[in-house]
Design a protein. Structure first.
Length: 129
């Protein structure tokens, strides 16, 4: 079964929370407390999401996080990419490859599954969460 990492799962929760508080700076402490997400992990995710342009932040009093201006155009695939979680469905298709590749009869099948998974993620806009 293809699984979704905690990074992706918590990021979807974080973005969903921000979307419900549109136009308002939201602190990570508030998100962590209300969504029952680990603060340190959430802080790391927020940094990755900011680097990718999915969220923006403001420091200081009254600061916090908001969704970027064009967040509604982004897809779940964009989120997965931003978090570095765009991985192959099986290890042999990943960066390390496989020593049996020359005789592998399932490689095409798993490539197809991976491609279909990516295509579907590209269809789902973040505004749908």
């Amino acid at each position: 079964m293809i699984t979704v990492s905690k990074k992706v799962e918590y990021s979807v929760d974080f973005l969903s929370f921000l979307s419900k508080n549109k136009g308002k700076n939201v602190s990570l402490t508030e998100v962590s407390r209300k969504m029952h997400l680990p603060y340190r992990f959430l802080s790391q995710l927020a940094t990755d999401l900011k680097k990718s342009g999915l969220v923006r932040s403001q420091e200081g009093r009254g600061g916090g996080y908001q969704l970027s201006r064009d967040w509604e155009k982004k897809t779940i695939y964009d989120l997965v990419e931003a978090l570095g979680e765009n991985k192959a469905p099986v290890a042999c298709l990943g960066e390390g490859g496989c020593h049996r590749i020359a005789k592998c009869q399932q490689r095409f099948f798993w490539q197809k599954v991976g491609n279909l998974w990516q295509q579907e993620l590209k269809k789902i806009k973040l505004k749908e969460i």
